[in-house]
Design a protein around this ligand. Structure first.
Ligand code: GCO
Ligand code: MN
Length: 388
């Protein structure tokens, strides 16, 4: 039991909106009472989280006065101090209010685009005041139901202008924030712009301060698009852009479920945890999930503990995988260690190319060689099922 107790260096974090989710959905009213931010901080401390993240309006209501804001922030800070929780990340709600019904940074109304900048700068002030080092952008309304009224090139330019502006603002204020962009294929809009992590990574390179901007890939969102989350994470890592991540789970191409981490796609969750641990990812392990609508408060705690425990169990399984002699033998067999082709591969030279073109390959013999992926994968399944 005790080996699955979280430690601060595990960096497990939750958003106020995750354990604070009331179970409201498009068909039904809330089933749980809305907890206050202070109550959520205590709940998270109780389940062993390291940090808490928020959207501006999870903490400060959109219509709060300056003095209400200051009181809420002071109470929140006191709860952080009491529990030792930190705020590694903050973000802006640019999707709930009716003003954003046709987008925030990509609204065709310049007044709404300017308001979105104002709201985000205020959110960055709030995040920086509470110690956040990562600022997430999730464009829930940055998309369309029909392309009849908006050109995606305009939308892209407006999006870029907004991010360029906000990078300058962070530099100007000395906040030292890193921006992390979250992609999602659809929901709540029919088609969201920049729908995958790969699309985001391409877009980021067009920004003026691209070095400040990375990605925040979410399990459910890549799986909604039928893609491999671990591959998206690997590409982000390779590009030096894995600034944050949203852990949860999802059953294929349907509405965004934000399920408890590892509760559905155990094998994908295993490969993800193994990847993060093998490369030495040091950022937050942030859970962007919520409990089933059937949960009461005590079941919400079971949900939060479950996210953490599953991560730690999979971390242990990854170590087991790396140390298992038969598994590693099969991995080595698949990798063809001691590759005799190294003389031709690697850096190009005209001489190498000439030799490679002259090499007599036995294509038919190469094509006949089987690989033990079945055996290896079965051993992994047995390891995950506790039979190894
Ligand atoms: C989703 C979204 C949100 C964001 C959050 C912070 O699941 O649809 O990802 O939960 O993660 O707004 O970016
Ligand atoms: Mn989601």
């Amino acid at each position: 039991m005790s080996q699955y107790e979280p430690k601060p260096e595990d960096r497990f974090t939750f958003g106020l909106w995750t354990v604070g989710n009331t179970g409201k959905d498009s068909f039904g009213d809330p089933v749980r009472q809305q907890l206050t931010p202070v109550e959520i901080v205590h709940l998270l401390a109780n389940v062993g989280a390291y940090g808490v993240n928020f959207h501006d309006n999870n903490l400060v209501p959109i219509d709060a006065t300056r003095s209400e804001r200051d009181r809420i922030v002071a109470d929140f800070k006191a709860a952080l101090k009491e529990t030792g929780l930190v705020v590694p990340m903050a973000t802006t709600d640019l999707f709930t209010d009716p003003v954003f019904r046709d987008g925030a940074f990509t609204s065709s109304n310049p007044e709404i685009r300017a308001y979105a900048l104002q709201k985000t700068m205020q959110g960055m002030d709030l995040g920086a005041e509470l110690g956040a080092k990562v600022y997430v952008f999730w464009g829930g309304r940055e998309g369309v139901e029909t392309d009849a009224g908006k050109n995606p090139l305009d939308a892209m330019n407006w999006f870029r202008d907004a991010l360029n502006y906000l990078c300058e603002y962070s530099l100007d204020q000395g906040y030292g924030l890193k921006f992390a962009m979250g992609a999602k294929p659809n929901e709540p809009r029919a088609d969201l712009y920049l729908p995958t992590t790969g699309a985001m990574l391409g877009f980021i390179e067009t920004l003026e301060h691209s070095e400040m901007v990375g990605v925040n890939p979410e399990v459910a969102h890549e799986h909604m698009a039928g893609l491999s989350y671990m591959h998206a994470i690997a590409q982000a890592w390779d590009a030096g852009k894995l600034f944050h991540l949203d852990l949860n789970d999802q059953n294929g191409a349907r509405y965004d479920q934000d399920l408890r981490f590892g509760s559905h796609s155990i094998k994908q969750a295993f490969f993800l945890v193994k990847f993060l641990e093998d490369v030495g990812y040091e950022g937050s392990r942030h859970f962007d999930a919520h409990a089933y609508r059937t949960a009461d408060l005590s079941d919400v705690k079971a949900f939060a503990r479950g996210c953490i425990r599953t991560y730690l169990i999979l971390k242990e399984k990854a170590e087991q995988f790396n140390e298992d002699a038969r598994i590693q033998e099969l991995v080595a067999q698949i990798r063809e260690a001691g590759d005799p082709m190294s003389v031709y591969l690697g850096e190009y030279s005209p001489e190498k190319a000439r030799q490679l073109k002259a090499h007599p390959f036995d294509r038919v013999a190469l094509g006949k060689k089987g690989l033990p992926y079945e055996e290896l994968d079965q051993l992994l399944i047995e390891l995950l099922l506790g039979a190894r």
